[in-house]
Design a protein around this ligand. Structure first.
Ligand SMILES: Cc1ncc(COP(=O)(O)O)c(C=O)c1O
Length: 765
């Protein structure tokens, strides 16, 4: 084949091979494939005798207008190489940024140096004035970080460095081809470092580059990346100093070379998109668009904006609800609070080295080191925008930010349109209209929660209310313009309903549910689903026969702390779950209330709170409860138990305790403790705390919505499910499974021993 034709065939093959790569950002294509092929065909993938990495280094240096570049395995390695080139002594201090990736700090500590953090200016970059203030006789380098692709005030930074005769390294991991007064960052100080990690403007998956104009630094950089190995002219083996092996492979070099050809276009696109976003965000009250340093052309690694006075988590969570991904606070806290290598001085064994190398000087990495950075991060939101984003997406981001800020200012949330419903499993009558006609049976305390939540969902129209006390039903009806009834049968005779919330006393659940299902309504039944397993089974069979949903109101599933715990457990972060302790407690005087009457409630605290406990346990630990040992006490002298302890064992061998009580005067701070082989978590009404065995700090994730908000999520989910959108597949299985646990618990109390839970057969819709 002639070479021209061969090239065309190869081109076509490459294009076909790269076709069908995933949507969204697609940094790699034919160019990378061709160079990779070339690298492979050379039959040598080590850079020492290869062509790719050396070409990549030469081209990189050329594009930045400097004489030298040394490739390496990561941005972290690139910074380590820069520090290695300075040849400092252990205990020397390096002033750096409080807002950065850990990859900035690791090389400092690895090299036996001590990071000293300067506070930030209005651009969130290190403030040169703060740098100057933190210089001591021990300061031997400044490591400036150009955050989010926006440069530091380099005139002032260089002035500080020169005034003190201190070398200036630039961490440009996020700032490829960022310009400061017409010069590329990385070429203004003494050494520049870049990362090619996947998220960066140009990427090799992982990789790094260190550049300089200083031949002496270059000499040491080359050696430092290659074990200190003096390969030429020093005899067989000569290692000139202690150094790692950070050599880039030829495969990575090939991809890097191809990426270098594209990166300027990538940055141009990001600048256009960021310009659009800045224009749109600057019109939104309460938002400060991404900072731009005077004289700079940023390259926008991520787009970061400020929401002064508003918690960034709230903004990010509300944006996420509207399906625009945003992150609160970048690293959340300044980097010196993120790593136990600093907070706990966990470095080399128990030595705490190098933090103890300067006699009489102590280093503590605690809150308060950089107060401006700490405060700013609380109100910083980042949105990933990249070259694959479209102007219409940017418009959407801005719209969502606008709506979010407006809603948060009013203390509300933005109504989110339902996902288009797939073909419903159970065809509801109102599906075509997209409106769900709802009734509430039982207008007491729980009915109120349901009504308030339905009001948050524009798809729901609450049209009827039932209560044996007419005035209560009428009071609810007046709020919505619906009709009041004293009997559910009267209501069914008069109303066409799609869904009903059943909030009456448990002893009535079976009869009313059967009537509702027979009339074709979907049912959301307050717990317990029924008072016996036999009843629950009958209700489930009816739901199946009628092809209607019968969902038990297990509200905990919709709490943020529960969702996060489920995520931690499912991802294996806590390891195998060994045991847990659940406590639903608090004092409620049940004398004279229906809860204390067996005929109405079906039982005591086990019937009341046991279903929530059983459902939460089954849901979180992903396994059925296999046996229960229950004990009860009667502190309030009711005919039913008011305090109980349920020891449960799951089929996956996890076991734990559920304590439930109406008589506990001081409820626990956290209601659930989970202990796994690799970590632990505690859940409370305001959030979740968790710790991994490899990390001594407890992490805290506060909830983004309160209990009312979480309850509303449950109702919104039910409304969506009646329209056929039931991604969690909730149905009658949950209520029935909990009922079996409750019945086993009462059996255990009666028999005074452990009782196996009848697995039964779940009747799924
Ligand atoms: C500012 C900064 N410095 C250093 C690094 C470390 O780079 P790498 O992850 O390639 O080791 C990163 C990576 O995200 C970074 O953002």
């Amino acid at each position: 084949m002639k070479s021209g034709v061969r090239r065309q065939v190869l081109d076509l093959m490459c294009r076909q091979m790269m076709a069908g790569s995933s949507g969204g950002r697609a940094p790699f294509g034919v160019e990378e494939l061709k160079l990779l092929r070339e690298a492979l065909l050379s039959q040598n993938l080590c850079c020492i005798d290869g062509q790719m990495v050396s070409q990549f280094e030469r081209r990189y240096a050329f594009d930045y207008g400097v004489p030298y570049a040394v490739a390496s395995t990561s941005g972290t390695a690139a910074i380590h190489i820069a520090l290695g080139a300075l040849d400092l002594n252990p205990g020397d201090e390096v002033i750096t940024a409080p807002i950065t990736d850990m990859g900035t700090i690791i090389p400092i500590i690895s090299q036996g140096l001590i990071p000293v953090f300067a506070d930030v200016d209005q651009t969130l970059n290190m403030d040169p004035a703060s740098v100057a203030a933190r210089i001591t006789p021990r300061t031997k380098a400044i490591l400036a970080v150009h955050l989010f692709g926006n440069p530091c005030d380099m005139d002032a930074m260089v002035a500080v460095a020169r005034r003190h005769g201190i070398p200036l390294i630039e961490d440009c991991a996020q700032a490829h081809f960022t310009e400061y007064k017409g010069r590329f960052v990385g070429t203004i100080g003494d050494i520049g470092c870049y990362s090619f990690q996947q998220s960066k403007h140009m990427t090799t998956g992982d990789g790094g580059m260190t550049i300089t104009s200083n031949p002496a630094y270059h000499e040491r950089m080359k050696l430092f990346a290659d074990k200190g190995y003096a390969r030429k002219g020093w005899g067989d083996r000569a290692y000139l100093f202690h150094a790692p092996n950070y050599r880039m492979t030829e495969l990575v070099g090939a991809v890097g070379l191809a990426q270098l050809g594209k990166v300027r276009g990538v940055i141009e696109k990001r600048r256009q998109l960021a310009g659009q976003l800045t224009g749109l965000l600057s019109k939104i009250s309460g938002v400060q668009p991404a900072a731009v340093t005077a004289g700079a052309k940023p390259s926008y690694w991520q787009y970061a904006f400020d929401v002064p006075g508003v918690p960034a988590e709230k903004v990010a969570a509300e944006m996420a609800r509207q399906k625009v991904w945003a992150m609160a606070g970048y690293t959340g806290k300044p980097i010196y609070l993120c790593s136990e290598s600093l907070t706990g001085k966990k470095t080399y064994g128990t030595s705490q080295w190098p933090f103890n190398t300067n006699p009489g000087v102590t280093y503590e990495y605690t809150e308060g080191l950089c107060p401006i950075a700490e405060a700013r991060l609380k109100h910083l939101v980042t949105v990933p925008i990249d070259e694959s984003s479209s102007p219409s997406y940017i418009q959407r981001v801005a719209d969502v930010v606008g709506k979010t800020m407006e809603a948060l200012a009013k203390g509300t949330t933005v109504a989110v349109a339902a996902r288009p419903a797939p073909a419903p499993a159970a065809a509801p009558r109102a599906a075509a209209a997209g409106k769900v006609r709802v009734a509430i049976v039982g207008c007491g305390q729980m009915g109120r929660w349901h009504l308030d939540s339905y009001k948050t969902d524009p798809r729901a129209e609450v049209v009827a209310f039932v209560d044996t006390a007419r005035d209560r039903a009428e009071a609810f009806a007046r709020e919505t313009g619906g009709r009041a009834y004293t009997s559910h049968l009267d209501m069914l005779a008069n109303e066409k309903l799609d869904a009903v919330s059943l909030c009456s006393v448990p002893s009535t659940h079976r009869n009313i549910t059967v009537d509702l299902l027979r009339a074709g309504a979907h049912v959301l039944c307050e717990k317990p689903l029924a008072v016996t397993v036999a009843e629950a089974e009958e209700m489930s069979r009816m739901a199946k026969a009628q092809n209607r949903l019968l969902v038990t109101a297990f509200k905990f599933r919709f709490n943020d702390e529960v969702r996060k715990a489920k995520e931690l457990i499912d991802s294996g972060s806590l390891g195998r779950i060994l045991n847990f302790r659940l406590m639903f407690g608090g004092y409620i005087d049940m004398r004279g209330q229906w809860y204390g009457q067996k005929a109405l409630a079906g039982g005591g605290i086990i019937m009341d709170n046991g279903p929530h406990a059983a459902d939460l346990i089954r849901y979180l630990f992903g396994s059925e409860i296999k046996s229960v040992t229950a004990q009860v006490s009667h502190i309030q002298s009711l005919e039913v138990e008011d305090t109980a302890k349920l020891d449960v064992c799951l089929t996956n061998e996890t076991f734990g305790t559920a304590d439930v009580s109406w008589s506990v005067r001081i409820p626990p701070k956290s209601y659930l403790e989970i202990y796994g082989e690799d970590g632990a978590a505690t859940l409370d009404g305001e959030g979740i705390s968790y710790r991994f065995k490899t990390y001594s700090e407890w992490k805290r994730e506060p909830n983004t919505v309160d209990v009312k908000g979480a309850f509303a999520r449950q109702i919104q989910y039910f409304v969506g499910a009646t329209l056929g959108d039931n991604p969690l597949g909730l149905g009658n299985g949950e209520g029935l499974a909990s009922q079996r646990v409750i019945e086993a618990a009462y059996g255990s109390v009666q028999k005074g021993r452990r009782v196996d839970v009848d697995a039964g057969t779940l009747v799924a819709v």
